[in-house]
Design a protein around this ligand. Sequence first.
Ligand code: ADP
Length: 396
Amino acid sequence: MADRVVLVINSGSSSLKFQLVDPAGPALASGSVERIGEESSSIPDHDAALHRAFEMLSDDGIDLRNCGLVAVGHRVVHGGKDFHRPTVLDDAVIGKLEELAPLAPLHNPPAVLGIRVARKLLPDVPHIAVFDTAFFHDLPAAAATYAIDRELAAQWQIRRYGFHGTSHQYVSAQAASFLGRPLAAVNQIVLHLGNGASASAIAAGRPVETSMGLTPLEGLVMGTRSGDVDPGVFSYLWRTANMRVDEIESMLNHRSGVLGLAGERDFRRLRSMIESGDGAARLAYDVFIHRLRKYVGAYLAVLGHTDVISFTAGIGEHDAAVRRDALAGLAELGIELDEDRNLGAGARRISTDRSHIAVLVIPTNEELAIARDCMGAIASAAKPGAGGRDGRVEVL
Ligand code: ADP
């Protein structure tokens, strides 16, 4: 076992994922507890889920009180306008996170539940929140601003926040190092395609555009989320179909996207449906690809000059057909995929040698990135004058 390890917790409404990470090396253990709070589940709440997670680790021979644990890192989806650095959690910070619940009603409350339980069970190490919005905190105003009534927007903190920031930041750094170039010398597009999907444009290491907005609903077509829709759909359903606001929100988040169109959200099963001639599955796939291409085109224009496009997350890393279809026929824009490289595995270049823009597959690793952020937060909290005393971590 490494001498300094971080437990990374991603606590969602019905699942809790955990990973024990050596920030300097590989993941040491990982797992997930699913179906929290569902009727037929033996896991009634997040307290039970975390106890179950600890049991699973202990079954693997890991005693969290005696394994070099130096921090618990919590993935928190929404940091609002104030949180954009990894933040040591105390009661005051947790209180502020609770106040952010209206901005991320589906995501922040379960994260806070996980944080509360984890702090109770592991009181002797710092707990640190790492925010999905952090990387995009300084998006240029032109990209972050919705063209709506500015006073209303200011009053209610309505802006484009962006999400999956940990992944976009990690993958963009990996892509630059794959190319052997400084991050500051490359302009990139990162396509994070998992159940949630988002794109970002990053100029010289600085994000300049991203597809998600006030919430993770905007942008690409996703497993169960619609991505971009005319906001008029919302008021039309409310007024005409007599749907309540929470019903419309739930439909757009949980019953839309590929699932809404095809009845299936998993891309492996979607592929077999397409192969067996399912027209709805075909349309869902076509809509997904169309939206993705539209964003790639937009981001090429936003960047002006692009050096590299990276695919990451479940679909981005594993679905060769999605990568092929997303970038087919773009030789005139300097993008040319190599069929054999595209079919390979692992981190690699999948463009031809003559493609002006390098296209890469870069596996994301959000847990490792969170663990490293935690180490950074501990180091800066321990610096004299930065809230620490005697080299010990102090809650900020
Ligand atoms: P999450 O956003 O939940 O972390 P993932 O990044 O794990 O999601 O991505 C899940 C998606 O990746 C699913 O649609 C799944 O079908 C797809 N996926 C995973 N492995 C493959 C594969 N080998 N081929 C095609 N799609 C895959």
